[in-house]
Design a protein around this ligand. Structure first.
Ligand SMILES: [Zn+2]
Length: 415
């Protein structure tokens, strides 16, 4: 088999296309493959598919293709143009690449697979791509996937936020809690951020939303109330966000108490910040000893931090109740305990929950939590970590849609 025929087969080129020349550049570890076509070929207009004779050729272009062993392989061709009576002079579709792509479809598919498994830096090394090329592939994949998406409204939404790099710069995320996908992203965490999602839905679609899990964050509450009929029955202030507030309260108690103890030369709480963040059942091995010491002996020594932590732990029982009725009783018991503890940060959170209690207890109607979007949140944390934070907000959005959007990212192989 001659190399032109070999590459025709490898590229899957069919009439009227064929491989006209193959050049092996040993020193550069590069294979160049030229594609050409029969003069007599007729071409469909890309707009209306009318078959037309060749008009002329555009300038020669190059597409990166799958490597041939260790040799980078590039396909070259001059794209034919036709003159359609309706659409004027147009470049025809090429069977090996999407319009305007710099890569063949097969290469782009491989790149998407690699980018899914590793970060951009790793992908640039494996695929021998530049940073910009890798991001271009990601962006195109996301645009493709989002354009293909059929309009649908998740019955159970999760609204969340994530910080962009460092500082107080946020993105608002709307998640489909059933599918575990990010449906929508918007800048900041204002009412307008979430309004943008609802603006894309009809009233009928918004009526189909059955429940919305979110934090006790007024701008989001306002937005849901303005757009979702019967919002007061559908909003669920979810357990994850509430426990996040409690964790922050425990930490504030710890910081304060640590300062006081330290002033007396007592280092009991030194380096204990993360120990207190765990629930009893998920303490990692390396923290276990410290955890037991602090929570058990800490309680004996009447450490305020240990009391705050115990309150946080017992608050979780609220969501283990079998009915809303039982939960109401549990809440009364817990609130009285929290009030007696006289720990200001804990009491602040307790009061906040009390103010919002009806929409905490909607949990017992809908049984939703942001647990699903919690999974997304940890994926997003991993993305941030891999990227060392995102200095570029658009790249961050692209990465979230790419990895968490549940999108069909591949280029279409049929054209
Ligand atoms: Zn046409």
């Amino acid at each position: 088999m001659q190399d032109v025929e070999l590459y025709r087969q490898l590229l899957g080129l069919n009439t009227p296309w064929t491989v006209t020349r193959v050049e092996l550049k040993i020193k550069e570890e590069r294979v160049e493959v030229w594609a050409g076509h029969a003069e007599s070929a007729r071409w469909p207009c890309p707009e209306c598919a009318t078959e037309l004779a060749l008009y002329d050729h555009a300038e020669e272009r190059t597409w990166r293709h799958l490597d041939s062993c260790q040799f980078q392989t590039h396909l070259r061709a001059r794209p034919p143009r036709v003159e359609c009576p309706t659409h004027g002079v147009r470049q025809v579709r090429l069977p090996w690449a999407e319009p305007r792509a710099r890569f063949t479809t097969l290469f782009e598919r491989l790149a998407i697979d690699v980018l899914r498994e590793t970060d951009v830096k790793g992908a640039t090394r494996i695929l021998r791509l530049s940073w910009d090329e890798a991001w271009e592939i990601k962006r195109r994949a996301v645009a493709r996937g989002r354009a293909r998406r059929r309009p649908h409204v998740p019955a159970r939404l999760g609204v969340d936020e994530t910080a962009v790099a460092r500082g107080h710069d946020y993105l608002t995320l709307v998640c489909d809690l059933t599918e575990g996908t990010v449906e929508y992203l918007a800048d900041e965490r204002k009412q307008a951020s979430l309004d943008g999602y609802f603006a894309g839905l009809t009233l009928e679609q918004r009526t189909q939303i059955q429940a919305v899990a979110m934090d006790m964050w007024e701008p989001y509450v306002q937005s849901v109330q303005a757009h979702v009929p019967q919002a007061e029955r559908k909003i669920v202030f979810d357990v994850f966000h509430i426990l996040q507030h409690m964790n922050e309260a425990v930490d504030r108690v710890r910081r304060h108490e640590h300062r006081l103890l330290r002033a007396q030369g007592d280092e009991t709480l030194t380096g204990s910040k993360y120990v207190w963040l765990y629930g009893e059942e998920n303490v990692p091995d390396h923290h276990q000893e410290r955890f037991t010491e602090l929570t058990r002996r800490g309680a004996g020594r009447r450490l305020k931090t240990a009391r705050a932590w115990a309150l946080k732990e017992s608050l979780r029982d609220l969501w283990r109740c079998r009915s809303q009725h039982a939960a109401e009783a549990q809440w009364q018991w817990w609130y009285a305990r929290a009030a007696r503890a006289r720990l200001h940060p804990v009491l602040e959170v307790a009061r906040m929950i009390k103010r919002h209690l009806p929409n905490v207890l909607t949990y017992f109607r809908h049984r939703i939590t942001n647990a699903m979007s919690e999974g997304i949140a940890s994926k997003i944390q991993a993305l941030k970590k891999a990227a060392n934070g995102f200095r570029n907000r658009d790249n961050f959005k692209t990465a979230i849609y790419f990895h968490c959007g549940g999108l069909d990212l591949y280029p279409d192989s049929t054209h």
